[in-house]
Design a protein around this ligand. Sequence first.
Ligand SMILES: O=C(O)COP(=O)(O)O
Ligand SMILES: [Mg+2]
Length: 237
Amino acid sequence: MSCLAISFDLDGTLVETADEIARAVNLTLVDFDLAPRPPAEIEQLIGDGLRALMIKLLARILMEQPARVEWLDTDALLARLDAHYAAVVGSTARAYPGVREALQQLRDAGLPLACVTNKEGRHAQRVLDAAGLSDLIDVLVAGDTLAHKKPHRSVLITTAQLLKVKPGALAHVGDSRTDIEAARNAGVAAWAVPYGYNGGEPVALAQPQRLFAQIADVARHVLGGCEPAHQPAGALH
Ligand SMILES: O=C(O)COP(=O)(O)O
Ligand SMILES: [Mg+2]
């Protein structure tokens, strides 16, 4: 087998999390006398972590209603967002169908697995726990684990180190342009699934090396013997 380790993005790839993210965001907006936003709009801003999502949303609200935002205590608002999210995280998050079985097959075949997310670590762990996936993930690299987040090249290079493979022997599976750029920047194979959160744009436009309809297809491909786009520079076995 030439594909030696796999890392997976979390939100929109392994787990459906948009509902509870939208809930926390809207509870926060209402606390600060701002109108709730449509969940679909909030979903389109998922990708760089919760704080970044809220800052992008506030920038949009500022453009629309400058007078509503100019007095805002942004630090207090972000702290409230964190508290609301901590209260709801894991309540509705669910693994996409077939994810647990596919990860189990990959694990059983001896592949080390990572979860690499831009979500803050303590929240990411709760999502993995609630989705019933924690025991299948060897390494969690979250948005606040390192000095940088995806798409910085260091994120997947460090992930490969933690999984004890060379970057060329790692495939990263994600739902967004950020994931594909993170993989490219690190010399890691860039694989994608089409059903997650990518700002409303089809992820195929970011030109992943492979596009899989679902995680079960990733497992089928890998266990059938994959050819990584980059020649593995080192092997686990
Ligand atoms: O929480 C986010 O905004 C993004 O998280 P992800 O990197 O797992 O997609
Ligand atoms: Mg994602």
